[in-house]
Design a protein around this ligand. Sequence first.
Ligand code: PXL
Length: 288
Amino acid sequence: MLSSGPKRVAAIHDLSGFGRCSLTVILPVLSAMGVQACPVPTAVLSTHTGGLGEVVTRDLTDFIRPCLEHYRQLELSFDAVYSGFLNSEDQIDHCLEFFKAYPDSLIVVDPVMGDHGKAYRTCTKQLQERMSELVAQASLITPNLTEAAILLREDYCYQPLTRSQARSMLAKLSEMGPGMVVITGVQLSTGEIANLGYDRNRNAYWYTPCDQVPASYPGTGDMYASVLVGGLLTGDSLSVAMARATSFLELAVKTTFSYGTDPRYGVMLETALSWLTHKEILKNYKIL
Ligand code: PXL
């Protein structure tokens, strides 16, 4: 059978002009992987909110519903609907409408709420509480450890996780709805920092260890999740998509660190992007 062409994703995220996060990294990553990304911006910001001063913001809550209506009129289909940073509680309802409109698509929820044990200042308690409604509809979620704790209504764990604690956290998140769960940036008691994955259909647990540098960059979660989405839509299994995303982030982060740039400016996506056009299968995952 002839291919129907590139897969198409509706990407519901904010557009932060400077600082390399959200749509400014998600669009190039998906394009480089041969996937068509259609942005549905939730807000426009001058920069991300991670320490670059007073951010200029325009909320786009009232854009999402008419945007979906237009796509419906056009009878557009999407292979995936992928949500991330939301700017208001009402945007939860609008994402739910998007998900409902495309029941056969891969629903990916990156529950962007915080990092390093703390919620972002834009992420209200109400938004945190309602994020589980999106998670319940998702095929795949990609929280970091902070967001996983918020979703599970647990305290953030500063101690390294044992393998059985890691597996239990993945399984509990999966019980909230999604068949695939990936948790990023987890310190394991083996001494490794890793991304963890669970595929409920197969009852399989994976992890992909990664080298760390002593710096933290915004937008890495967005890059990681978009490589996962691109991989899954172009034939990767979950563990191979995780290996691809982890290797790419390692390359981008280590390259950036070597230049000693201001971490708030994000990772040098531009220098790393061409690596994503390689199609070889990666297998540097381990069984958790
Ligand atoms: O990368 C997550 C993210 C997305 N959007 C905005 C942010 C952040 C993280 O700081 O500030 C606006």
